[in-house]
Design a protein around this ligand. Structure first.
Ligand code: ADP
Ligand code: MG
Length: 967
């Protein structure tokens, strides 16, 4: 029942071990003041009674790339522009005043930029009293009747409170009265018009549950913190008009309970609202004077008005304050009007002022830092040091944040656009502050006395007065009626007049009466004491009961508080989670969108992939198809060619068989001729058919005489007669073709299309003329080849060259001499050096001009030229070559011979022939056999043609050959 704390101000236990683990967040309220001018741009909107929304002003929006920025901030409560001072007080300050009366501490401060309404909110103006006058009014309305006499409570110099005895208090009162001219009773004193009507009487309010059994006293202090110096605004300093003393700054100290206080700060005991406000106004005046004198800006200082309420229980009688310092409870309410929170740049400060302003800002910065660290410590369970000591303001507030009590902040905002950015900073600070928690103050323990003492005492005094009045006795406050009644109950005193010196009756009688009275009195005292003791025990018992009940109630309250706290925590948690969930929803939304984009990408890529795969597939199948087709084509072509080859081979075989048969026939005929006549130089008989066609010749026909052939050979295997035949007939026969051109090469040329052009060449004379210049390449090449192979190694080469040079090279397409339809005329050039070989087959050209050396006259008459040239072949035999050419007129009027063909006639001895045959039999694929066989075949074919055709001349063999080949 008796508080254990030994400190002078046992209002709360040391902060190290708080008795209470319940905490409440700092209550942050927002007050929006009206705009200065109606048409000003407004950037704050109250959207609910707990939320405001900030809109970036137009100018700022443009600066931030037109980004439209709206931010919402929530508070415990938001007060719009129409909020009255009273409404604000009811919500914000009333609970604090109530707490103060119940012995709990409170801190209330206004925060905001200059001009946002901090002072208006805290102090107000006449007719619109702010939180401060209203709080004072409420306090005095509540404790008015229970206030202790002045100087009963006396502050010590160490933030504690003492209780003076009645006599000392009386003496102090008398001293004060003699010193000041302040009227004793506030009712009669004059009210300063400057602060009159701050609160109208009808707005007066009262705290509930005021402990009537306590006695109260209110002390106020008023300090200013400017540039991190503390000044006492209530200090009485004798004013020296000649040399005004600058105000002395105060320092902060810590009392034994670790509470901070301003050492040596004036604490004025006030007994009424008016008196308190007058003191406040005095401080204000002093502040204003100092600001003017020192050229300071009031918006850059913090003003702190501290209301201290001392309370102590009445003694058991309920008459006087209990003379026990430990029973004194001191609570305090700090009302702080902070300096403008704007940055230095806003107040065009310079020099010292700038430095000062920097310091002011520094103190607010420290406040923000402290709040931040506190919040972090509380939320994260860290134990970082809170830098309270960095500035005087925070150092002074340390107890409130570290200890217990209620802390409330009114954030004042001006919705004008100019303040927007500063307001944003204010909002951020406010948001952060709301998350700081402060220990909830516990209800102070009740003293051991029974409640209602004051009332009983009052009632007793009233009753005494009444009775005394009834009895007509002296009605004096100090002599109650009950006492008179009691006095009357004693036996009356005998007459005490002494009759004479010998009167020994009166005195003894008086002594006896007095003794009786004394006895009665003793008895009464005993009785009274007995009753008192009894009553005391009963009362104590009752007290005990009440105490236990109160403890139970306390306990329940504690539990309730815990529940409240839990609820609050849960609410906060819910809020936090809601915020988080909103954030997450937003994130999910973004992720969803991103996912959609990726999925779309994926789909398109897959589509592309599919289309590419399809294309690939198509291309592959196409490729396979083409491959198959190509294979088919290859096999088709192969088959076709195989068939073709087979067909050709068969045709060739058939042809050969036919030829063989013809040769056989010829040989038979030849044989018949040889065996029949034995007449030399006899002309072979022409077949009748040929006779019709060929004009009769003067001399032996140049064509061979196949009709006179009488071959007996019928099979290819017996080639001997062919050789014999060739041996015998060759000199007489016109072999129309150069021996070096094989049948195989002719076939290949024919296959390459050469024969066609040659045929054309042979058929049409103009083409023949082109043989030198206009012939197809292949033919020219063949001719070139013939010359190269045959001519250069021959001795006749010189002649040939000479022949060519007689007339000079033709310079323009040569004009071949026209010849009669009956046949060409030949120049038969046989050099005299030629040896007569006595061969059977000699070239016999009808109508030819025979010359030993070429001459122009002969050439001019003919269009064909043949040179019979002899040479020794590699096998030692003489070989005759018929070099044929066409005669052309040159531009200069001369003649030119264009060699066109070489025919080789060769005589062989049978030995060589048989050897050749043997070699031909050696293998079917061997080149010599093929060559010999082809040679014979070619000659035979020519022979057949000659027989069947006309005197077309030595170059005609191809015609016959191609003609036969063409189908
Ligand atoms: P601060 O103390 O924040 O610098 P003040 O309290 O001095 O600002 O306010 C500046 C001006 O605005 C004063 O003239 C005041 O009367 C007016 N004012 C502030 N708040 C309000 C309000 N809520 N209603 C009406 N006027 C206000
Ligand atoms: Mg102000």
């Amino acid at each position: 029942m008796i508080r254990q704390a030994k400190g002078k101000t046992p209002r709360r236990p040391p902060p190290k071990k708080p008795s209470n683990n319940q905490k409440d967040p700092v209550g942050v309220y927002c007050r929006v003041r009206p705009l200065g001018a109606e048409d000003e741009e407004c950037c704050i909107e109250v959207i609910s009674n707990t939320t405001i929304q900030l809109h970036a002003p137009d100018g700022l929006k443009a600066n931030r790339n037109g980004e439209f920025k709206e931010t919402q901030y929530s508070f415990k409560k938001v007060f719009g522009i129409k909020t009255t001072q009273r409404e604000l007080f009811e919500d914000v300050a009333k609970p604090l005043a109530q707490d103060l009366i119940h012995g709990k501490n409170g801190l209330l401060f206004t925060y905001g930029v200059t001009g946002s309404g901090k002072t208006h909110t805290m102090t107000g103006s006449p007719g619109q009293g702010g939180l401060l006058p209203r709080s004072l009014d409420m306090i005095f309305n509540s404790i008015g009747p229970y206030q202790a006499k002045r100087y009963v409570f006396k502050p010590d110099d160490k933030n504690g409170m003492e209780v003076q005895n009645q006599v000392d208090a009386l003496l102090d009162r008398q001293k004060r009265d003699s010193q000041t001219s302040v009227p004793k009773t506030p009712n009669t004193r004059r009210v300063d018009p400057e602060f009159a009507d701050m609160i109208s009487p009808e707005e007066a309010c009262k705290a509930e549950g005021v402990d009537e059994d306590s006695s109260y006293s209110v002390f106020v202090s008023y300090i200013e913190i400017y540039n991190n110096y503390i000044y006492d605004l209530l200090e009485e300093t004798p004013f020296d008009p000649i040399k005004p003393k600058p105000p002395q700054s105060k320092i902060l100290r810590e009392d034994q309970n670790h509470n901070m206080y301003v050492a040596g700060c004036t604490e004025v005991e006030v007994k009424s609202t008016e008196e308190a406000f007058e003191v406040f106004w005095r401080g204000q005046k002093k502040r204003r004077i100092a600001n003017t004198q020192l050229n300071r800006e009031s918006s850059r200082s913090h003003s702190v008005f501290i209301v201290k309420l001392a309370q102590a229980p009445l003694d058991a009688d309920g008459d006087n304050v209990l003379q026990d310092k430990n029973q004194v409870n001191v609570s305090q309410l700090c009302l702080v009007d902070l300096a403008g929170s704007e940055r230095t740049s806003r107040t065009r400060a310079e020099g010292n002022r700038l430095r000062e302003a920097g310091n002011i800002n520094q103190s607010l910065m420290t406040l923000r830092t402290c709040i931040e660290v506190l919040r972090e410590n509380q939320m994260c369970g860290t134990n970082k040091m809170v830098p309270y000591r960095d500035s005087k303001v925070t150092h002074l507030f340390k107890n409130y944040f570290d200890g217990e009590g209620k802390v409330r902040m009114v954030v004042c905002v001006n919705p004008k656009a100019d303040d927007y950015e500063e307001t944003l900073l204010v909002m951020r600070f406010a948001e952060m502050t709301q998350e700081v928690e402060v220990a909830r103050p516990v209800d102070r323990p009740i003293c051991g006395f029974a409640a209602g003492r004051r009332q009983r005492n009052q009632a007793f005094k009233e009753e005494l007065t009444r009775r005394l009045e009834e009895r007509g006795g002296p009605v004096d406050g100090d002599c109650p009626t009950v006492l008179n009644q009691l006095l009357q109950a004693f036996p009356p005193l005998p007459p005490c007049e002494i009759s004479g010196p010998n009167d020994d009756v009166t005195l003894p009688r008086l002594i006896e009466a007095l003794e009786k009275r004394h006895k009665i009195r003793q008895m009464m005292i005993e009785e009274y004491n007995k009753t008192a003791t009894m009553l005391k025990s009963v009362l104590q018992e009752q007290d005990g009961n009440i105490l236990s009940k109160e403890n139970v109630i306390q306990e329940q309250r504690g539990k309730l508080g815990e529940k409240d706290k839990m609820l609050q925590n849960q609410k906060n948690e819910i809020d936090r989670l809601e915020k988080k969930s909103k954030m997450l929803e937003y994130k999910i939304d973004i992720l969803q969108k991103t996912t959609n984009i990726y999925e779309e990408d994926k789909r398109s890529l897959q589509n592309e992939l599919e289309s590419r795969e399809q294309r690939l597939q198509r291309e592959m199948s196409e490729k396979r198809r083409i491959e198959a087709r190509m294979q088919g084509m290859v096999s088709d072509t192969k088959l076709k060619w195989e068939k073709e080859c087979e067909r050709r081979v068969n045709a060739k075989q058939l042809e050969m068989q036919n030829k063989l048969w013809v040769k056989d026939e010829k040989l038979k005929q030849l044989k018949a001729i040889v065996t029949e006549g034995k007449t030399e130089n006899r002309q072979p008989q022409r077949p009748s058919r040929e006779k019709d066609k060929v004009p009769p010749k003067r001399s032996a026909s140049p064509s061979p005489a196949p009709s006179s052939y009488n071959g007996s050979q019928s099979s290819l295997s017996s080639l001997e007669p062919i050789y014999n035949f060739s041996q015998t007939v060759r000199p007489d026969t016109h072999f129309p073709r150069a021996g070096s051109v094989s049948v195989a090469s002719c076939i290949s040329e024919w296959e390459q299309g050469v024969p066609q052009s040659r045929r054309q060449g042979s058929q049409s004379p103009p083409d023949c003329r082109n043989r030198t210049q206009g012939l197809p390449d292949s033919l020219s090449r063949r001719r070139g080849r013939c010359w190269a192979r045959e001519v250069p190694v021959q001795p006749a080469d010189v002649d040939l060259e000479e022949t060519v040079h007689w007339t000079g090279p033709p310079v323009r397409p040569l004009h071949r001499r026209s010849h009669s339809a009956g046949g060409e005329r030949w120049v038969d050039h046989k050099p005299t050096t030629n040896v007569d070989l006595d061969t059977v087959m000699q070239p016999n050209i009808p109508n030819a001009i025979k010359v030993n050396a070429p001459n122009e006259k002969a050439l001019s008459k003919c269009d064909k030229y043949v040179l019979t040239h002899q040479e020794v072949a590699s096998d030692g035999e003489i070989q005759t070559k018929l070099i044929k050419g066409e005669v052309f007129k040159t531009r200069g009027g001369g003649q030119s011979v264009q060699f066109t063909d070489i025919e080789t006639l060769k005589q062989e001895t049978p030995v060589a022939a048989s050897r050749k045959r043997r070699s031909s039999e050696s293998g079917p694929d061997s080149e010599p056999m093929e060559g010999n066989w082809t040679d014979v075949e070619t000659r035979c074919s020519v022979a057949v043609e000659m027989r069947a055709g006309s005197n077309l001349g030595p170059g005609y063999q191809h015609h016959g050959y191609t003609k036969r080949r063409k189908p």
